[in-house]
Write a protein that binds this ligand. Structure first.
Ligand code: KG4
Ligand code: ZN
Length: 353
């Protein structure tokens, strides 16, 4: 089976061709960073127009690198949501057109399912596994029971972890996108700030919160600025302290989720990470030792497959097609699309409906 994947739900215009035997035949990403940088964040209207400008050439490059013609494909998988709706519409319309013109199956994929199943593309992960999904728009802990079967243990009550990195970078004048900028500044720190808060740490549920941490950071930046002491060294020390605080929070929440998930799923195969923040080296190292302490395997896909890409969309399409599923041409792009729409909550996890 060979599937073309298309991703356009945020600021990456991406296309990839993936085979059912887990070979990534091509994986092309056009990142719109330059378009959004002057605004310090992703501007939805600009993103939608940039997808429109670049999607056809991105798909052509993916097909070319894979050495494939549309006739060789078994299906077209596309992100059908959740995400910035203008971009999602561009991708879904393109996928429908290709599928219709070439008589191929259309599979509209939940973007989060793409992240959730990436570890099956890269490591053939066995169900069930615990997933930490940490991106710019999402921050949640889920048990992945099977394709389309997700149980949420916890989620953020305010900012997503990636969003927190992005806002922190903006506060410190470190540029966009924030995560890599904060990590780079942190790497040069001589005296990392130790006493930033760790919201939610020790709580019995599995939820996250980052707004208090962001406020504490803002207060530090403001007072350093007022004293004329906010130089590169101070900025690096704060960036390192902030990164450490976020990592501590994520590790604490993961530890809680591992305990709860293990109780209900004795066959839990691994702790899996996905989403842009999973590219963070510091987090990966901390998760490695957490997994070792809990005697569970850690599956961390390579950074390029953690941030938004189309190979994960193609793979989710392959998983769905293999189950005999496909989407109708009346599929309507969805700005919101929770992964666990029908799932019952896990007892004790304390997730609000
Ligand atoms: O999954 P993704 O590419 O897009 C979304 O679906 O949101 O994640 C992007 C997010 C951004 O917030 C970015 O700052 C963050 O992931 N990110 C990082 C790193 N690389 C990307 N955060 C921390 N450390 C990194 N190295
Ligand atoms: Zn994403």
């Amino acid at each position: 089976m060979v599937v073309l994947g298309i991703e356009s739900s945020c600021d990456e215009t991406a296309a990839a061709v993936v085979a059912g035997d887990r070979r990534i035949l091509s994986d092309v990403i056009f990142a719109q960073i330059a378009e959004h940088r002057p605004y310090g964040g992703v501007v939805p209207e600009i993103a939608a127009r940039a997808h429109l400008d670049h999607l056809d050439e991105t798909i052509a490059a993916a097909m070319d690198q894979a050495g494939m013609a549309f006739a060789d494909l078994d299906g077209i998988a596309v992100t059908g949501g959740p995400g910035l709706i203008g971009g999602v519409i561009v991708g879904v319309m393109m996928a429908k057109a290709i599928a219709l013109a070439h008589g191929k199956a259309l599979i509209c994929v939940n973007h989060l399912e793409g992240h959730a199943l990436t570890a099956r593309l890269t490591d053939n992960a066995a169900f069930p596994y615990l997933l930490l999904l940490v991106s710019g728009g999402h921050c949640q802990l889920l048990v992945v029971e099977g394709v389309g079967r997700y149980r949420r243990l916890g989620a953020t009550i305010d900012d997503a972890a990636g969003e927190a990195f992005d806002k922190a970078a903006k506060l410190m004048g470190l540029g966009f996108p924030g995560g890599p900028a904060v990590a780079a500044a942190a790497a040069t720190a001589l005296h990392p700030v130790q006493d930033l808060p760790r919201p939610m740490k020790g709580r019995p549920d599995c939820n996250f919160s980052f707004s208090g941490l962001k406020t504490a950071l803002r207060q530090r930046v403001d007072s350093l600025r007022a004293d004329g002491r906010f130089d590169d060294a101070a900025r690096a020390d704060l960036a390192a302290g902030f990164q450490q605080a976020v990592v501590d929070c994520l590790i604490d929440r993961c530890a809680r989720a591992l305990t709860l998930a293990r109780a209900e799923y004795p066959a839990l195969s691994a702790l899996v990470i996905a989403g842009g923040v999973a590219a963070n080296q510091h987090l990966r190292e901390a998760l490695q030792s957490l997994a070792a302490r809990h005697n569970v395997a850690l599956l961390a896909p390579p950074g390029r497959l953690c941030t938004d890409n189309a190979a994960m969309i193609a793979w989710a399409g392959i998983e769905r097609l293999a189950l005999g599923e496909r989407s109708g041409f009346d599929f309507a792009p969805r700005p919101r699309w929770p992964l666990d729409e029908q799932a019952p909550r896990l007892a004790g996890a304390g997730v609000k409906a």
